[in-house]
Design a protein around this ligand. Structure first.
Ligand SMILES: [Zn+2]
Length: 316
């Protein structure tokens, strides 16, 4: 594959990261700025006047009007975590700046925490990504394909592959033929109902998708999309068809990332792994801004000890 802008961009170095977010005080100040860019606002009565109360290492904001005490992380994804903020920031750094993602084992090792702690952290952050991803739909020209993931190997290995999790990959294409954004969604199966559900959630009405001749893809027209099936035959020739070049490249990258990073992905966790990949890909030109943007959205995502267990939307 030709070298391109993405491979050349640097992202944020560890030294830059440490300079920006290397201490509790720096992380706390950054969160305050992102949560209350216009200054503190009481979550109960919306007053601005407040005083700061310190409880050990905790910094509480006390509203002068209603006396409510709150912290910058209360009511957010960061709430009720005993981890130092700098570990949350380091996790955001590792999850967003690495092209292939980071397994919870590797994350635990890098952060100096147990794998269970790292897993929880990673899955809370990927839940934020799932919710964020769900707010954007693809428009214009789109390449569409079906694929499987999970088990020991991932990638396209024949429809109906046992023990693997089916998902749909879509990439929108710019007017000069480059990939723009991607959407990766788990489906229960490749039925017409599932494909129509996928299209309603992930494509804008009027989007024009090309796909191979698989019989369920025409169901995207139920979501107001335009569909052009292209007969490809099968085998390596089909994968080289230029009409599917980008969706095939992306599926290849997902496969490589999975093989390099994870030994196995359990079916119920597939949506989160796909969400991380989608989130990073769609922000690949803004690597340095990614930590701030992820933290900003995390501060606006409710705590989710139980919602964590909830699966992302699956279209049956
Ligand atoms: Zn108040």
């Amino acid at each position: 594959m030709a070298r391109n802008k993405v491979q050349f961009q640097k992202g944020m170095s560890e030294a830059q990261f440490d300079g920006l977010y290397g201490s509790e005080a720096l992380c706390h100040a950054a969160l305050v700025q992102w949560r209350w860019p216009e200054g503190f606002e009481c979550p109960d009565c919306e007053s601005h006047a407040h005083c700061i109360v310190k409880r050990g290492t905790r910094v509480l904001y006390q509203c002068n009007a209603c006396r409510k005490q709150t912290s910058v992380t209360a009511g957010t994804i960061f709430a009720s975590s005993k981890l130092p903020l700098r570990l949350w920031f380091k996790a955001m750094y590792l999850l967003t700046q690495s092209k292939k993602g980071v397994s919870s084992i590797e994350l635990g090792r890098r952060l100096g925490v147990t794998q269970t702690t790292a897993w929880t952290l990673k899955h809370k952050l990927s839940q934020v990504m799932i919710e964020r991803n769900a707010t954007k739909r693809l428009k214009g020209g789109v390449q569409l394909d079906d694929a499987y993931i999970g088990g020991v190997r991932s990638g396209k290995s024949g429809r109906g592959a046992a023990g693997k999790t089916p998902f749909v990959a879509a990439v929108s294409i710019t007017s000069d033929g480059k990939p723009d954004r991607i959407v990766l969604r788990r489906v229960a199966r490749f039925s017409k109902i599932a494909i129509a559900g996928f299209a309603r959630a992930a494509l804008e009405a009027g989007a024009h998708a090309v796909s191979d001749g698989f019989p369920s893809f025409p169901a995207i027209t139920e979501a107001g999309c335009i569909h052009t099936p292209i007969k490809t035959g099968s085998g390596p020739k089909a994968a080289k068809n230029p009409r599917f070049k980008w969706v095939n490249t992306i599926l290849g990258n997902i496969k490589a990332a999975m093989v390099g990073t994870y030994r196995a992905v359990r079916a119920k966790h597939v949506p989160r792994y796909l969400a991380e990949f989608e989130y990073r890909f769609n922000r690949r030109y803004r690597l340095e801004a990614m930590i701030g943007r992820l933290a900003y959205v995390s501060l606006r995502t409710a705590p989710m000890p139980y919602r964590l267990l909830k699966l992302a939307d699956v279209y049956a």
